[in-house]
Design a protein around this ligand. Sequence first.
Ligand SMILES: NC(=O)c1ccc[n+]([C@@H]2O[C@H](COP(=O)([O-])OP(=O)(O)OC[C@H]3O[C@@H](n4cnc5c(N)ncnc54)[C@H](O)[C@@H]3O)[C@@H](O)[C@H]2O)c1
Length: 424
Amino acid sequence: MEIAIIGVGYVGLAVGLIFGEMGHQITFYDCDKEKLKSLDQGIIPFFEPGMSALLKKMLALGRVKTAYDAKNAYRHKAMIAVCVGTPSTECGATNLQSYWSVIHEAAAFANQNFIMLIKSTVPIGTGDQTAVYLQEHAHVKAAVVNNPEFLSQGSALKDMRQADRIIIGTVDEQAAALMKDFYAPLAVPLLFTDCKGAELIKYGSNGFLAVKLSYINEIANLCMRYGTDINLVAEGIGMDHRIGHDYMKAGCGYGGSCLPKDTHSLISQASIKGYEMKSLMAADAVNEEQKFILLKQARSRLNGLSKKRIAVLGITFKVDTDDLRCSPALSNIEIMILEGAEVAVYDPRAAGKIKKIYPMIHVCASIEEALTAADVCFIFTEWESICQLKRKHFAHTMKQVLVYDERHCLNKHGFAFDELFTIG
Ligand SMILES: NC(=O)c1ccc[n+]([C@@H]2O[C@H](COP(=O)([O-])OP(=O)(O)OC[C@H]3O[C@@H](n4cnc5c(N)ncnc54)[C@H](O)[C@@H]3O)[C@@H](O)[C@H]2O)c1
């Protein structure tokens, strides 16, 4: 099948490359032409494990190509997958500007009947509005299918190949049957619903994960007060099969491009219908406070952060990505800078990006360089090289051993009780 992938970010590339691997012919299109040039050279414009090798393989097989003008991207395609960003507005609603510009282009340029596959996360009702718009404005027949994406950055390709489920949201029976055959090679359970159902499954899933994380973080906050180990408590709770072990790791709260924006969006969508999503609002409030628990402790221990040298190890919102969107590390670094600290950052994947955001910080080429002469160290991402650190690595380089491990990634063995702190 000839497929256009519109928007080549984390989702667009994962979707396009996996569809290519399934044997389809993929045309990538993005309004950012630099990204297309990069793909033509076999280079993924961000870091995602396994993606570079798969791009090279698909290019060599002739399964993927790029289009530099919109008209060519949309013409002669049986499926057009919209994968553009749907960021938050200032009040937490969803900004659909990019999304609608794609729908308008599809209506203007598509020249054969096609499936409009919605992979972007869009508010409930968007698919139905899209169907009405395309029926009125497209020159050909379009069947709208909401097919939400559940991949996690850092394991995107694996998550797509071995998904827990694939949701097909459409009222078009022919399109539903076609999607069933389309996804058959992946042998993943399918659930068919309407567009609104699929849209709510996506927001409902991310909202649930946010609540789960904030809940275990609150249990961790209790562990700190009672003096017991959150890792064992979380393990014991998670052994109940109704609860499970995933998304049960306590720390400095969730970040990234999805959970914060999608929880805010669902709260906003509910309020339009006169309903208050109390559980999500609570999860969001817990998450905001969670980011700064250890920073507050350090500030008090050091009598303020002014003129202190702070080593920050790991800045991405999770491991195996270079994405800094809504990373708790950034919220903390901003306060450190505002309060007059000297910040030295090490991150194996995102150091270059942080320099553009905060030109005044020191970007270090090694962990050792970041730790040298530091008064305190914060760990925000559990990169393998950071997890392997022992007390001696801090003792050899820092003014004193004082480490705030926001991700529970260090082995506490060898550290004195007042040298290494975690949440819970
Ligand atoms: N990142 C994730 O882990 C993830 C997981 C599941 C779902 N999603 C959802 O998928 C969507 C995309 O997320 P992402 O993280 O890949 O976004 P991204 O910001 O990484 O990429 C979006 C891409 O769309 C391009 N774009 C914007 N407007 C365009 C237009 N009018 N025409 C062509 N290209 C355009 C941008 O240049 C960019 O390359 C969002 O709705 C997001 O909520 C993301």
